[in-house]
Structures are given as structure tokens and as C-alpha cells.
Ligand binder design. Structure first.
Ligand code: GLA
Length: 401
């Protein structure tokens, strides 16, 4: 029996909390305006004293399409910059324990960095919005209502992060605004029927909100006119000591998950959910990333099955000892892909000339499980016409002194 976690349809064939619906009641709350610079009367939205996000040119795609960079700010000095190319989070200024603001996101100063041949070759998806399907679909094949589909193959014979040209390489339409919570950027993209082989016209809206209490919240919604797999996420690489530490191995991570999805050699889930207890995958209490990483061939690149899969719940907590920075990731998704930048090889030089070597950043990609369209026991990822896909993830920053 299919299960529709996001749609509030509860049905399940396997155990416990994973089966409960990750049904978010959150909906798009931003009050948009079409302006691209701060209007004097932004308070006319009636909900917030926030200023509007600012915008600047970020460059052009190869075909000459303009790429804009929007910067959201809050009263505490935190700033988030988002490019219309890929809806990419390009920088995130966050205070440390002494109140010093610095960037905690891997990326580039200009669009050219994301468009370069070196970037496309290694394709680390820095900060990008990922779709139509986050993580892998085995051999790019799935069947819906008896009809087989083949989507773009781009990773060892499998489809990764939407295929050859995923949402991370699209120029999104942007509207800056404000909501009761803070400055917002609403991004929209229409993924046409057949794009990368996926069925249905998928209308996607993603709202970034920078809140007054130092959270970057991402609300995703989508509707379709044919049944299609959907699994949206953001691929930000964090290093809470960026510029001070070339790798993230000292970061202490907690993931409230008793099980993870076991994968085969090409990183496709076998279907087994294995207990983390007694393994290097046990992050139910804090562990430094580097403590046991040598025991995991290649490094961490796995999906943890979160203990709580309904409503907003913690996906991970991170603490960086030298800067005192903390990050709490909350989501309504049942899984999180914890990836430790294993494929970064020093071939990319980012902001401030920093070279991104192995483990220079880590990702916490909130998501439904990889290859769910082919795994009947995993929570459902098929969105049907008439339904609305909704999911929300927040990254909240603080300090521990
Ligand atoms: C995800 C995948 C990894 C890798 C990165 C991008 O985290 O699971 O295997 O492809 O994206 O480099």
C-alpha cells in the first residue's frame, strides 16, 4: 500500500515512527512584492518592520541570462545571500561566541564560480536547491501506475539530484519580500512535463526566510498535473569555522536517529534499515565528525532515518568548539543525508581564495530516503495531481560559550 507522508495519508507496511506522516502544516507565509530594491513603504505589508532584501547582479549564464544575488538580513547582523541560479545559498554570515560575524557556507563570490567547467565536472552542488528528486534513483528507473519512466543518468549509472541538468542549474524567478518572521525571498520554477524524463508539469515554490532569531528557514511547495516523484532539499556545505579550519572533522554532530539506510557500492539503498548502535553511524549523542570517520570507507554519505518523522523535529545539532557556533537543523522530513564532503579534492577555490579539500564542509540534506520510488517500504515520494507537496527545514544558529 502506498504511503503519502507529506499529504497526510497514513498507511504503512513497516515499523514505528518512520511510518508516520511527515505532514507539515507550514505554508508559504511571505508577503511578496515585485520590487527588487527596498521600497520606502515596505512596512505596508503590515506584518514586519523588516527591510526588504537587497539585490545585485551576480553574473550571467552562458546564454546571457542575468543572474541576481539577493541578500536577506536581520537586526542581529546575520545575512543570507541567495542566487537565482540554482536558488543557491552562496553565503551565510553568522556570529561566533565573541559576536564576530563570518561566513559558514562553501561557495563562490560570483556566478562564474558555479558555472565553471571545474565546478560542473566535480559537481558538488554547493548550496543549491535540489530537484526534482534529491539523492539517487537506481538506474534512473521507476514505475508509476504501471508505466515505466527513465530519468537522466549522471552518477555511476544512477540518477543523482534530478539528473543531468537538475534544479540546481536552473535560473529561478525571484520575488523579495517580508513576512512576520523576517525578510524573505520567494523563488519559483516550472519544471516542464518530460524534463529529465520526469512526468508532469511541476510548479515549485521555495521561500527562504531569515528570521529575527537567527534561523534560515526554507519552505518548499510543489504541485503537479501528473503523478511524479518529488524530493526537494538544499545542498549547503557548512563549515562553522570557515577560514579558520580547512576541514570540519572537529565539529561535533548529533543526529537523533537509531537507524540508517544501508547502501550498496553505488550508494543505492539495499532497503535495509540498520541500527546505528555500536557503529560509527551512532550520532545519537555528540561525536566529532573525525572521531570514527576512518572506519567508514569513503566517509559519511548516508541517509539517517530520523526517530521522529512527523511535525517539526530535530534532524541534527552541530557544535564547533573553536568558534562556539552551534547549528540546529529542524525539519518535517523523515530522513537526513549527512555527507562529509568526501568528493572535494582541492580542485575548487572558493570565496576569499579558500581551497576546498576533502571534508572542507559537511551537508545535512533533509529529505525522503534515496531511491524511494523503487522501495515500497520507504515513505512515499509520489506527488499526485490535486495534492500539494509541502516541506520545511530550518537552520538555527547560536553560540555556546
Ligand atoms: C549527495 C550525495 C553524495 C554526493 C553529493 C554531491 O550528498 O549523496 O554522494 O553526490 O551529494 O557531491
Amino acid at each position: 500500500m502506498p504511503i503519502s507522508p507529506r499529504l497526510g495519508v497514513l498507511a504503512a507496511t513497516f515499523s514505528s515512527t518512520l511510518l508516520l506522516a511527515a505532514c507539515s502544516s507550514n505554508s508559504t507565509t511571505s508577503q511578496e512584492t515585485a520590487a527588487t530594491t527596498a521600497p520606502a513603504d515596505s512596512a505596508a505589508t503590515g506584518t514586519s518592520a523588516s527591510a526588504m532584501p537587497t539585490s545585485a547582479s551576480f553574473g550571467k549564464t552562458a546564454d546571457g541570462t542575468e543572474i541576481q544575488l539577493f541578500t536577506l538580513a536581520n537586526a542581529k547582523g546575520m545575512k543570507a545571500s541567495i542566487s537565482t541560479y540554482g536558488g543557491t545559498l552562496t553565503s551565510l554570515l553568522v556570529p561566533d561566541k565573541d559576536g564576530k560575524m563570518s561566513d559558514v557556507i562553501l561557495g563562490f563570490d560570483k556566478a562564474a564560480g558555479y558555472l565553471s567547467p571545474e565546478f560542473k565536472k566535480s559537481n558538488p552542488y554547493f548550496g543549491a536547491l535540489i530537484g526534482r528528486y534529491g539523492n539517487r534513483i537506481a538506474k534512473g528507473k521507476f514505475t508509476i501506475d504501471g508505466k515505466p519512466y527513465q530519468v537522466g543518468i549522471n552518477n555511476n549509472g544512477n540518477s543523482l539530484h534530478g539528473g543531468t541538468v537538475g534544479f540546481n542549474q536552473k535560473v529561478w524567478t525571484a520575488k523579495p519580500g517580508t513576512s512576520a518572521e523576517g525578510e524573505t525571498l520567494t523563488l519559483t520554477y516550472l519544471s516542464k512535463d518530460g524534463e529529465e524524463g520526469y512526468p508532469g508539469n511541476l510548479n515549485v515554490t521555495v521561500v527562504y526566510t531569515l528570521t529575527a532569531d537567527n534561523a534560515l528557514k526554507i519552505d518548499y511547495t510543489a504541485t503537479t498535473d501528473k503523478a511524479t516523484p518529488v524530493n526537494l532539499t538544499n545542498h549547503a556545505y557548512f563549515n562553522l569555522a570557515l577560514g579558520q579550519s580547512k576541514d570540519v572533522l572537529a565539529h561535533q554532530v548529533t543526529i537523533p536517529a537509531d537507524r540508517y539506510t544501508v547502501v550498496d557500492a553505488s550508494l543505492i539503498p539495499t532497503g535495509e534499515l540498520k541500527p546505528v548502535k555500536g557503529t560509527p553511524f551512532d550520532f545519537t549523542s555528540p561525536h566529532a565528525i573525525g572521531e570514527r570517520i576512518a572506519q567508514v570507507p569513503g566517509g559519511y554519505d548516508h541517509n539517517w532515518a530520523l526517530n521522529q518523522a512527523t511535525g517539526q523535529h530535530s534532524a541534527a545539532t552541530v557544535y564547533e568548539p573553536t568558534t562556539g557556533r552551534t547549528m540546529e537543523v529542524t525539519t518535517d522530513e523523515p530522513g537526513v543525508q549527512f555527507y562529509t564532503g568526501n568528493f572535494l579534492d582541492g580542485s575548487l577555490k572558493g570565496k576569499d581564495g579558500v581551497v576546498y579539500g576533502k571534508h572542507a564542509g559537511f551537508c545535512l540534506e533533509t529529505q525522503h530516503f534515496p531511491d524511494s520510488p523503487n522501495q515500497a517500504k520507504f515513505p512515499n515520494t509520489i506527488l499526485k495531481p490535486g495534492e500539494t507537496y509541502r516541506t520545511t527545514t530550518s537552520y538555527t544558529f547560536g553560540v555556546r560559550k
